[in-house]
Ligand binder design. Structure first.
Ligand SMILES: [Zn+2]
Length: 66
């Protein structure tokens, strides 16, 4: 099994490119290579152990203002 990849704040990103994903019709695809990825990779639904969605987005928004 591959080690899951995460961004700096702990959100799961795509295994292929280490970036975020988006829906293309009903298929979740990597934003960089456009290959289909499993739900949870880069879609904002999966986080590193110990990181909650609330903590992640609070940290992300506080960085935006910096
Ligand atoms: Zn990719």
């Amino acid at each position: 099994m591959k080690t899951p990849r995460y961004d700096d704040l702990g959100q799961r990103v795509t295994d292929c490119c280490g970036t975020y994903s988006t829906y293309f019709d009903a298929t979740l695809v990597c934003k960089k290579c456009y290959h289909a990825v499993p739900i949870g990779q880069g879609d904002g639904n999966e986080f590193k152990e110990g990181v909650t969605a609330d903590a992640y987005f609070a940290a992300a928004f506080s960085q935006e203002g910096a």
